[in-house]
Design a protein around this ligand. Structure first.
Ligand SMILES: Cc1ncc(COP(=O)(O)O)c(C=O)c1O
Length: 407
């Protein structure tokens, strides 16, 4: 692809931006300047523009499952949509059947007892729960412990809530696990929330046996609300773990979960916040002022999804395992090192060549081969020398990418 092409593209984007600036005569709130448009939101526009200009792009960046939900789920959505009584506003906390199904799912797979009446709050995807929690618990003067590398929404929502972001560094040498001893030696008096996310995205680290116990103990000692963001618990992960399974955890811990990855329902926006009713009631004060419930047929279909047998997850993982084998080959071809014990929807790998970082490698791959992968640096500075490849592309597409790279 020529540099002329990129010049043109920048010009087009420049014109667009200028147009917006000229038309906009009202100032934004200061808070909006604490964040940027989400990386993938910007990047997808860029990829779209490249496609419109005739460039074929293979997108291996995003963790959006390409496989369908179970057939019964899709059928249920259609069937329930046909009823004229299913189209009105719904309860702000989801229908009882959905809360009961989430509670049964947590009991079956995580051995956690949740009262479906008071300890389960269905969400429009777990991402919105991150915002709800930040808005409910954070304000100026509060500090938030956020993993570096980690999912960017934790920091963005903390900033939007006016709080101060305090990154805790994860690194490969310590198996991407937090160093609680080191953290305990710092001043934690202003820390209100600690975000954790095991299985960890983007590094694919599974929760270790005693990690959650230590974290709960840490949160109890320092009076910190510990939130585990758990959307990857079923993907290439042998054993599901919940922070709420630690005895006494509910006094300080909450958990987010989601059907996006586990049931191929990312576009459906089906998530859950689980934990003690006192915390959930506070979150409801924010949430009920923001949305007006979810589409009833979608909730009823989600109930079907939550009934999927264990073979559902096994079959899904068999597909991801096959794809992962091709991604390993791609990573080898890109001279990147990776661990094979990763769980979740991605392969995370370190660039062996010290003269090039993740952003540079990603740009080079996009320009020279038309392949988009995610630079590890978007998850924090600890990811600068890494890239992440998603398993949400068919094996044929991955093989095509491999062919392009090795050509
Ligand atoms: C770590 C992490 N948390 C939360 C989410 C959001 O998932 P959901 O689709 O449930 O909003 C994602 C999505 O990619 C994620 O990677």
């Amino acid at each position: 692809m020529s540099s002329f092409f990129f010049g043109q593209w920048e010009k087009t984007l420049g014109v667009l931006t200028k147009k917006i600036a000229i038309n906009m005569i009202i100032n934004t709130a200061a808070r909006i300047n604490t964040v940027e448009e989400y990386y993938f939101s910007r990047k997808l526009k860029e990829l779209d523009l490249l496609r419109k200009n005739g460039q074929e792009i293979i997108n291996l960046g995003i963790g959006s499952p390409d496989l369908p939900p179970a057939p019964a789920v899709v059928t249920a959505l259609g069937t329930y949509s046909e009823s004229s009584s299913n189209h009105g506003y719904q309860s702000y906390r989801g229908i009882p059947a959905l809360r009961a199904a989430y509670a049964a799912w947590y009991k079956k797979y995580f051995s956690v007892d949740l009262n479906p009446e008071s300890e389960v709050l269905p969400l429009i995807g777990s991402k919105e729960g991150i915002m709800h929690l930040s808005m409910t618990f954070l304000e100026a003067g509060d500090e938030v412990l956020i993993p570096n590398p980690g999912y960017p929404a934790y920091a963005a929502t903390a900033r939007l809530a006016g709080a101060t972001v305090r990154y805790y560094e994860l690194n490969e040498a310590q198996n991407w696990l937090p160093n609680l001893t080191e953290l305990a030696q710092t001043d934690l008096t202003k820390v209100k929330i600690m975000w954790i996310n095991y299985p960890h995205m983007p590094t694919g680290t599974a929760a270790s046996a005693d990690l959650f116990e230590k974290l709960v103990q840490f949160a109890q000692i320092h009076k910190i609300l510990l939130v585990n963001d758990n959307p990857y618990s079923f993907i290439l992960n042998e054993q599901q773990k919940s922070i709420l399974s630690v005895p006494g955890a509910k006094t300080v811990a909450l958990e987010l979960n989601s059907l996006s990855k586990s049931h191929n329902m990312a576009g459906w926006r089906m998530g859950i916040l689980a934990g003690d009713s006192a915390y959930l009631q506070e979150v409801m004060k924010f949430k009920s002022n923001m949305d007006s419930g979810m589409f009833r047929p979608a909730m009823l279909a989600a109930v079907e999804a939550l009934k999927n047998p264990p073979s559902w997850y096994e079959n899904l993982n068999a597909v991801y395992r096959e794809r992962r084998a091709v991604v390993y080959k791609i990573m080898d071809a890109l001279n990147c090192a990776y661990r094979k014990d990763q769980v979740g929807l991605f392969v995370w790998a370190k660039i062996k060549d010290p003269s090039i970082n993740g952003f540079e490698l990603v740009d080079k791959l996009l320009v020279e081969k038309g392949i988009f992968v995610t630079p590890g640096g978007i998850f924090g500075s600890q990811g600068d020398d890494y890239i992440r490849i998603s398993l949400c592309a068919k094996e044929t597409v991955l093989s095509k990418a491999y062919g392009l790279i090795t050509r």
